[in-house]
Design a protein around this ligand. Sequence first.
Ligand SMILES: *[C@@H]1O[C@H](CO)[C@@H](O)[C@H](O)[C@H]1NC(C)=O
Ligand SMILES: *[C@@H]1O[C@H](CO)[C@@H](O)[C@H](O)[C@H]1NC(C)=O
Ligand SMILES: [Zn+2]
Length: 445
Amino acid sequence: MASCKWVPSFFTVLLILPLLSSSTSSLSPEELAQIPVKFFDFAKRQELFDYMVGVRRTIHENPELGFEEFETSKLIRDELDRIGVRYKYPFAGTGVVGFVGTGGPPFVAIRADMDALAMQESVEWEHKSKVAGKMHACGHDAHVAMLLGATKILQEHRHELQGTVVLVFQPAEEGGGGAKKMIDEGALENVAAIFGLHVSSSDPIGSVSTRSGPFLAASGFFEAVISGKGGHAAIPQHTIDPILAASNVIVSLQHLVSREADPLDSQVVTVGKFQGGGAFNVIPDSVTIGGTFRAFSKESFMHLKQRIEEVITRQASVQRCNATVLFNEREKPFYPVVVNDKDLHQHFLNVAGDLLGPRNILEKPPLMGAEDFAFYQEVIPGYFFMVGMKNESQGKLESGHSPNFRINEDVLPYGAALHASLATRYLLENQPESTLSKGDSHDEL
Ligand SMILES: *[C@@H]1O[C@H](CO)[C@@H](O)[C@H](O)[C@H]1NC(C)=O
Ligand SMILES: *[C@@H]1O[C@H](CO)[C@@H](O)[C@H](O)[C@H]1NC(C)=O
Ligand SMILES: [Zn+2]
């Protein structure tokens, strides 16, 4: 059989091809357009709204960091049990993958991240974080509530689902790359497309913002130890000063973007950490610096990585220091570029347009922020968008990662309805063509 290895894969291709060609559903355009409206009405009902608010506040009070979302994961599984939805667990430690619908193809995924940040909440309110030094300051508590809300909508309308919606609850979006581990453990098995969202403090409630193609940057972190020889500050000739060497390294790193990169190809190198010394009159043995780098293509990103390493080691040696550079990929994996699929962009415009009105779909410029949703998009077509929650009449909202960050809970029904509608319409509009009804069926099968 070894010599015939190509045969099964050749036939597999023939079998899969008809699945990839989409056909429109039996519903009329008017009936399709009604689905998001119906789901949004359902999401806004007091009962479902209160449910999502309750879930979100419970999670907000008990924030857990990346890969430690044990209680959050338990809450999700308990809710899925209560709703009556089948799931698999664990993925990536705490991740949960649920299934609503026929159990058969096509499969489309919707995703929420579950992790909090290591920071102290400053907002004084009834449901403030009960864990010192941990806070849901990026809205992932709301993302989980929205996905559970969407699960309720989908389960209520499960008989209208022509396929299966895969509910992806993933750990560790904030630097840990939980998405990558979810994929490695099979969370995307058979899945044809995936949708993900993030709440936005800067966009008005009732709007979504997004773009086709590259949307968020690739991101990586570096840390370097620059070692010299410590000694008395007044006798520098007997020392090798790592503080001065590190200062020159940082200045030289700024030339990478300003002098080496194409000005039209957005990139960032930021040194955010500089640690060394402790006394006014002592030159220390070593200095540690650290930072992040961003780019909008894999090529630019990998080039930056190489040059950061070269500039640090070579610039350090100019001043007789040694330097070691670490990228800590195991702990903080490089995030790829978030690239929104062109066909899914059209799907999004159609569905979100039916739900919110085309005027409320805003085109967002690319952002240098990063999202591990990009890992899914490396494997299958994916689509990521922002859901606005700014309501001028309720005051200003701080942006994410601020200790004063808060969610406008009015956003919850929008997220739930968008999730449920995008998935349901995707299934209806991407039905496998019947292989028998086609004249071009392959005799050899
Ligand atoms: C740098 O490394 C070389 C080779 O290991 C070593 O001989 C030298 O002493 C080091 N210099 C400093 C300043 O640490
Ligand atoms: C914005 O806030 C006002 C005042 O609380 C409220 O009446 C209105 O419904 C909010 N708008 C949306 C779209 O939620
Ligand atoms: Zn976030």
